[in-house]
Design a protein around this ligand. Sequence first.
Ligand SMILES: Nc1ncnc2c1ncn2[C@@H]1O[C@H](COP(=O)(O)OP(=O)(O)OP(=O)(O)O)[C@@H](O)[C@H]1O
Ligand SMILES: [Mg+2]
Length: 346
Amino acid sequence: MKIFRIFSSDAHDMAIDLGTVNTVVYVRDKGIVLNEPSVVAMETRDGIRRVKVVGNEAKLMMGKTPDNIQTIRPLRDGVIADIEVAEQMIKHFIDKALGGHTRLPRRYNVVICVPSSSTMVERRAIGDAASNAGAAQVQLIEEPLAAAIGAGMPVTKPIGAMVVDIGGGTTEVAVLSLSGIAYSNSVRIGGDKMDDAITSYIRRKHNLMIGEMTAERVKMSIGSAVPPDGTGTIISVKGRDLVNGRPAEIKISEADIAEALAEPVAQIVSAVMTALEQTPPELSADIIDEGITITGGGALLGQIDKAIAEATGLPVKIAENALICVAMGAGQAFQDPAYQGVLIAA
Ligand SMILES: Nc1ncnc2c1ncn2[C@@H]1O[C@H](COP(=O)(O)OP(=O)(O)OP(=O)(O)O)[C@@H](O)[C@H]1O
Ligand SMILES: [Mg+2]
C-alpha cells in the first residue's frame, strides 16, 4: 500500500537573512514578506520559560521588561549565540512568512545566509536550526555574495567587484568574481559597536546613562562618519543622570556623535584597506572601474560612503535597498538558474 503524505500546495521556498539585528525573509514568487528585528521576549511563568513575542513587538519591550520577561537577541556577531532561542525565533518567522499556522504540513526548502567568516560548526548550527524549524532541504549562501547579487552587481562575470556589507554585528568585505569569493575579510564591528560607542561617549562626557534603543536612535538621526563643519545639528537626549540618579536631558551635536563614532568607523575603513591590499592585481584593476558597493544598515550611516571614498580614492556606491539586499540576493540565487553555483549544501 502506498502512503501519500498530503502537503499544503502553496509555493513557499524561502531565503532567510538571519541577521544580528534584523531578520529578512524572501519567499519564492512573492519577494520580501518579512523584515523584523532579531529579538525574542521570553516569559517565565510557573517555572516554565516560553516565547512571549518575537520581532517588532519584542524590540519595543527592550530595556523595559519586568523581572519575569527577558528580551533576548539570539545572534551575536552574525552567528547564533543562543541556539534554543534562535530556533524558536526562526520557527516563528517561518510560520509568519508562510502566512500563519495551517492544519496541513507544509513542505518548503530554505536558503540561509551565513557570514563568509563563519566556521563549519556555526554553519551547521544555523542549518540544524532551520531543519528543526521544519525545512525539508536547507542550503546556505555566503552573505557577501547574496548582498552583491541583491545589489545588482555583476557577480557571475570574470570581473572583480568589491562589496562591503556593514551589518549590526559584523562588517564583511569581499571581492567577488565568477560567482565566487576571491577574497574576504570580516571584522566584528557594525551598528551595535557604533551604538556602544555613542553610549560610552555620552556617559563619559555628560555623566548620562542612556539605553540601547536611545543610542540607536541618536545614531540614525544625527550619526555621521565624517565630522560636520562646525557643530552640525543639535538634538536632545534623555537618560539617567549618573551623579544624582534622576532622569535628565542633555543636548548633543552631530560633531559630538561623529567624534564618538570615529573609532568604529576607522575600523571599518581599515578592513576595506586591508582587503584592497590583499586583492590580486587583475581584480584590483577591475575595482578601479567598478568601485565599491556598500550594503547593510550601516551603509545608511551619514557620510560613510564619503569616509570610504576618501580613504581608498575609489568611487563608493550605496546599494539601493541596503537593508534587504542580502535576502533579495539569496532569493534571486534560488530562483534564477544563473546563480545555482553559489548555493552550498548545509
Ligand atoms: N540610517 C541609519 N544610520 C545608521 N545606522 C543604521 C541606519 N539604519 C539602520 N542602521 C543600523 O544598521 C544595523 C542593522 O543593519 P542590518 O540589518 O544590515 O544588520 P544585520 O544583517 O542584522 O547584522 P549582521 O549582518 O551583522 O548579522 C543596525 O545596527 C542599525 O542601527
Ligand atoms: Mg546582515
